[in-house]
Design a protein around this ligand. Structure first.
Ligand SMILES: C[S@@+](CC[C@H](N)C(=O)[O-])C[C@H]1O[C@@H](n2cnc3c(N)ncnc32)[C@H](O)[C@@H]1O
Length: 332
């Protein structure tokens, strides 16, 4: 069985079909999902789970790989696909997930379109449609062999992932964080920092995706702290720094992850209401060409919360006020 790092050399050469469903993942991320399915995953060590399947692009890539894997028994193993499978406020799903690239009049669910495009694999793709807090089982304890996280866009959803899925990771489990290049989701970064003693990072992130393998049993206490977000601000920042020491640019050299993670620290502070310190970290990063080009809205968001500067007081006014104070105090 190959290590995750051993799959990297094939990332440039794998050819996927041209007619893949619409996806928000890059070609490299899809190829990695395919390679994992074909060469690494079997479903024999635990569940294979994708959180945030959208229109099915990422699901299709992983399922295609699994279908070509002689170690994968499609008559018994399953690839679980979780998503709202509908558009609407707060879903983070786009109308592009519909087959026609747009929701037909009066329709919000793209589940049928997902089923249509995943047709060749529906015998082993198990669909969990709806809010993940409703569709996941809080009592499920089966180990997870593979977890693709492309859903944790809010702290609320991350809590569900952390409570119900992470504790099912075992040595040998593979986890992919698709949103690792998202500074607004710092829970992905500091939780990875908390897991560092028990995991091996596969290599440079593949575009936005950080992949790792669990190498040691993860103590329950660590899972609890992650699920309860039980870290001080300073600890969160230190944990992100620890991850910064292990990764730099993504494997295409396009994304400077050290800067991205530095901005994630600013978001830790921003969410905690320490807006001055958040801006102190963020402001120097506005010189980073990648962040300036791709994250201008992030800088605006942090800067907008800065307290308004105190109005300047003219020198003559200040002298008059000091004089009054001195007279009151009997100094003049
Ligand atoms: C970035 S998209 C997934 C993209 C997909 N992996 C692809 O290949 O294009 C994120 C998905 O997370 C889903 N999602 C977000 N919050 C959710 C929740 N609470 N329950 C279920 N699905 C959710 C959205 O419906 C959306 O389709």
């Amino acid at each position: 069985m190959p290590t995750l790092g051993q799959l990297y050399p094939q990332l440039d050469s794998v050819q996927l079909p041209e007619n893949l469903p619409y996806t928000q993942c890059s070609a490299f991320e899809l190829r990695f999902l395919y390679l994992l399915g074909k060469h690494r995953l079997t479903g024999a060590q635990g569940d294979l789970i994708e959180l945030g399947s959208g229109g099915g692009g990422s699901t299709y890539a992983a399922a295609l790989g699994l279908s070509e894997n002689p170690e994968f028994d499609r008559s018994s193993a399953k690839l679980h696909a979780y998503d709202f499978f509908r558009v609407g406020k707060g879903t983070f799903a786009t109308e592009k997930f519909f087959a026609g690239g747009k929701a037909p009049d009066g329709q919000s669910s793209f589940l049928e379109d997902f089923q249509e495009v995943l047709g060749p694999f529906l015998d082993f793709v198990e669909i969990h449609a709806g809010d993940i807090w409703e569709t996941s089982d809080p009592h499920e304890k089966r180990p997870i062999e593979f977890l693709h996280v492309d859903i944790a866009k809010t702290a609320r959803v991350w809590t569900c992932v952390a409570e119900r899925f992470l504790p099912r990771l075992r040595p040998g489990s593979v986890l992919l964080h698709q949103d690792f290049a998202g500074p607004r989701l710092p829970w992905l970064h500091y939780s990875t920092g908390a897991l560092l003693p028990y995991i091996e990072i596969a290599g440079p992130p593949i575009r936005s995706t950080l992949a790792f393998e669990v190498t040691e049993r993860i103590p329950d206490e660590v899972f609890r702290a992650i699920a309860e977000d039980d870290f001080s601000i300073e600890k969160k920042i230190d944990l992100i720094s620890a991850v910064q020491e292990q990764i730099d640019r993504d494997h295409t050299d396009g994304i400077p992850f050290r800067s991205v993670l530095e901005l994630a620290k600013a978001f830790v502070l921003h969410y905690e209401g320490d807006h001055r310190r958040a801006w102190k970290i963020a402001e120097p990063l506005t010189d980073d060409a990648y962040l300036a080009r791709t994250r201008a809205d992030h800088f605006r968001q942090i800067k907008a919360e800065l307290p308004a500067p105190a109005p300047a007081v003219r020198r003559s006014t200040m002298r008059r006020r000091l004089g009054r104070l001195a007279r009151k105090a009997g100094l003049r």
